[in-house]
Design a protein around this ligand. Structure first.
Ligand code: HEC
Ligand code: HEC
Length: 157
């Protein structure tokens, strides 16, 4: 009998606690109630296109896109992004050149041109919007942890 009570406590109590924690955030992320009800899609958020390059949150982060990419084709025949970001076009476009990793295959061999695995730029680089975050972002920059007193004023992330 005592064993039964013990098993009940170790199995049910943590579940209830987890449920209570999840329930705090759930309503904000959940769709309509009941879920079978159809609601109009929320309006598309306006993209930030102020041409100001955004700082990276860590060195390996694909930088976000600070300009409009509306109508830029990336398909079998053309890659509009490369018409500005390829090495040979950066002088006239003043766009930052794709970095050397974009010319390497997954084994680290440097290729003569853009690596196929880097062809679809927007798989990694994305525009930003002013959308209100669904949950609070508590990300802390590594520099803020190691050198809290020497923090430059940072822009949006
Ligand atoms: C007409 C030229 C042009 C085209 C086309 C273009 N870009 Fe850019 N891009 C720029 C310029 C110039 C900048 C520098 C910031 C600015 O002026 O907006 C830039 C900045 C960026 C940055 C920020 C780099 C950093 O270090 O912060 C990314 C990422 C980027 N572009 C990705 C793309 C992708 C992906 C596409 C295709 C969907 C694309 N660009 C198409 C000109 C272009
Ligand atoms: C698989 C993910 C991935 C794809 C696809 C990709 N990139 Fe990147 N890109 C990155 C990462 C990660 C970085 C930052 C680290 C680095 O340079 O490798 C980066 C960096 C950049 C930079 C900044 C370079 C610098 O030295 O400041 C530009 C510009 C850029 N990418 C443009 C592009 C364009 C244009 C394409 C498409 C032709 C593209 N990327 C495709 C992941 C990607």
């Amino acid at each position: 009998m005592r064993r039964g009570v013990f098993l009940f406590l170790v199995s049910v109590v943590p579940c209830l606690a987890a449920g209570a924690i999840l329930a705090q955030d759930a309503p904000r992320l959940r769709g309509p109630d009941p879920f079978t009800r159809e609601v109009p899609a929320p309006p598309m958020q306006r993209q930030i296109t102020d041409d100001v390059r955004v700082g990276r949150n860590y060195p390996d982060q694909p930088p976000v896109i600070p300009h409009s990419i509306e109508g830029y084709a990336v398909d079998l025949n053309a890659n509009k992004c490369m018409s500005c970001h390829a090495r040979k076009f950066t002088e006239q476009s003043q766009a930052p050149m794709i970095s050397v990793t974009h010319y390497q295959d997954r084994s680290g061999n440097t290729l003569g041109g853009l690596a196929p695995r880097r062809y679809v730029c927007v798989a990694c680089h994305v525009p930003q919007t002013n959308a209100k975050p669904l949950v609070e972002n508590v990300f802390t920059d590594m520099d803020a942890i190691t050198e809290p007193e020497r923090q430059p004023a940072r822009g949006r992330h």
